[in-house]
Write a protein that binds this ligand. Sequence first.
Ligand code: ADP
Ligand code: ZN
Length: 291
Amino acid sequence: MFGAIEAGGTKFVCAVGDEKGIIIERISIPTTVPEETMAQVITFFEKYQLDAIGVGSFGPIDINEESPTYGMITSTPKLPWRNYHFLQAMKDAFSVPIGFNTDVNAAALGESVHGAAKGLDSCLYITVGTGVGAGAVVQGKLLQGLSHPEMGHILVRRHPDDNYQGKCHYHSDCLEGLAAGPAIEGRWGKKGIDLVDKQEVWELEGYYIAQALMQYILILSPKKIILGGGVLKQKQVFASVYKYLPELMGGYVELPELSEYIVSPGLGDDAGITGSLLLAHQAFNHNSLKI
Ligand code: ADP
Ligand code: ZN
């Protein structure tokens, strides 16, 4: 039996289940300060005899096993969590193997094994919510280099009519700064959920996401693209992406039927937690191999 944490900026979802994605119990804990949130996480898992735990965390985090700061949350704007040693806190509480990766990598893994990209050895999972993040499975493995990719912060061409300055703490008008939930709210003065009938909001959203997808496709050539996160609950965005992407691509790369290629998560809101169970499973196997 495995434990899983989907650690988000607003809430931590903790679950106990197996690598098939079957969840037997789950809870949601508000993300406040590490001491408070983690105390509740530990109490939840202490009830179980676990074989391993998988963590899919908001970031940026250090996932380079060779690094002295491996397992830490690094330059997050969430100050109480900056430089918090997440993995160490888990290791201090539980003496089982612990898999540690980003929330979006976990979701990409979940979707590739049990969701919309099941049976494929490559996919890209993108979330557009409080931020924009993406995780990729390439040749059956999570894409990782120096650390994890940060695809949400690429530069995009501004729409000529868009004067919004952008909302990224680091780059102002990168993709996240122009297209994440807070940017929608900043530009239009209302939350996304209250702008459902305003077509230009979702048209512009698709305009930026299509540009990002073009670049991801050119660089990674994923076999499936999964768009998740709160903002993508607005299905109008998909229509806008399907319109702009072929225009941008100009026929250069032949794409599959877009409605099958660019899809919502097959696991719905459970992509991240299912992927975290798989991270636990991987950590368990990895550990058995070492012995
Ligand atoms: P998080 O990114 O914090 O894990 P979400 O993916 O739910 O959480 O993203 C939250 C952001 O998405 C907020 O900016 C919110 O306004 C926006 N959002 C959430 N639900 C919807 C919706 N149904 N329609 C449009 N925007 C939404
Ligand atoms: Zn940025």
